[in-house]
Each structure stands twice: as structure tokens, then as C-alpha cells.
Design a protein around this ligand. Structure first.
Ligand code: ZN
Length: 172
């Protein structure tokens, strides 16, 4: 899909060489399931029910405290870098194209070395930065507001204005 190719070229023209080894799963999966086919693959994509996220509420019952697990949300996708073996994207069966693209962009961040650099540079704030970048870039590719991470996305957009998309995304 042209917009994805141009996005990847803009972000990292050398990526094709670095990630050329793996040439199957994401593309086939994405094409069959979501109707688009990214060009670069170094990741396996599996569809797997993702966990519901609970918060614990503590209630006072007489003389003791009872803990109640209340569901507050559900993760729809996750990117799992593997130090050995193929990196992995897991998508919930209900995940849509935005989720697939979001996780795929985490994979791109990883290919670019950004996850490592951002984590080293920002420590605890790394997650927000990486989520902002993935969200910003996803919306740019799909042209849709994905509605997730609004604050992180806005902070990342300011960074793009300051240093440009490629530098902001690759953190290089
Ligand atoms: Zn994310």
C-alpha cells in the first residue's frame, strides 16, 4: 500500500535491507485479515485473545477488607520484542486495522533502534514517548483518529514539529 511504503521510506530508507530476512507473516496476515500488506517483515503476527485489564477495588466488609477485581479495559494488541527468535505482534480477534498498524509501528520503532534508545534516554517516560509515536504515525498512515493515547500523541506531535517526523520517530 503506497502510503505505508512512503511512510517507511520517509522514516527509514535503509530499513528494507535490515529487515529483509523475514518476508512473510505480517504481510500475509495483514493482507488476508485487514486488506493491506506492509512491505517489511521481521515479525510474526498471531491472533490471540488478549487479557482484560482489572483494577482492584478494596471494600470494607465489617471488620475486614474485601478485594474486588473490576474490569476496566482490554488490550487489543501487543508488540513483544524477542531477544532471540522472531519478534511478535499479538492481536485480539476484535482488533481493527488501527490496532494492527499501531503494533506494527512499535515493530518499526524496534527495527529503527528507537525502543532501545528511547528507553536508555528517557527511562520511565519511554513508554509514553513510544506510545505517542506509534499513535501519531498510525493516524498518519490510516488517516483516522484512533482515539488512544491523546496526551502522548499531542506531546509527540510537538516533538515532530521541533525535530521532524523521522528524527522524532527513530529518536536518532
Ligand atoms: Zn502501543
Amino acid at each position: 500500500m503506497a502510503v505505508i511504503e512512503s511512510m517507511q521510506k520517509e522514516l527509514y530508507p535503509e530499513l528494507e535491507q535490515n529487515c529483509a530476512k523475514v518476508e512473510k507473516t505480517v504481510g500475509d496476515f495483514a493482507r488476508d485479515t485487514y486488506g493491506f500488506r506492509p512491505d517489511f517483515q521481521g515479525v510474526e503476527v498471531i491472533v490471540k485473545e488478549q487479557p482484560t485489564i482489572y483494577t482492584l477495588l478494596l471494600k470494607r466488609v465489617g471488620d475486614y477488607v474485601k478485594a474486588v477485581a473490576v474490569p476496566i479495559g482490554k488490550a487489543l494488541g501487543v508488540y513483544k520484542p524477542q531477544p532471540e527468535g522472531l519478534n511478535r505482534i499479538e492481536l485480539d480477534p476484535t482488533a481493527d486495522r488501527n490496532v494492527a498498524m499501531h503494533e506494527y509501528l512499535h515493530y518499526l520503532q524496534d527495527c529503527l533502534g528507537a525502543i532501545k534508545r528511547v528507553t536508555e534516554a528517557l527511562g520511565q517516560k519511554a513508554r509514553s514517548y513510544l506510545e505517542g509515536g506509534a499513535t501519531y504515525a498510525t493516524e498518519r498512515v490510516t488517516g483516522k483518529n484512533s482515539g488512544v493515547y491523546p496526551r502522548e500523541r499531542a506531546a509527540f506531535a510537538r516533538e515532530v514539529e521541533r525535530v521532524g517526523l523521522r528524527r522524532a520517530f527513530a529518536y536518532a
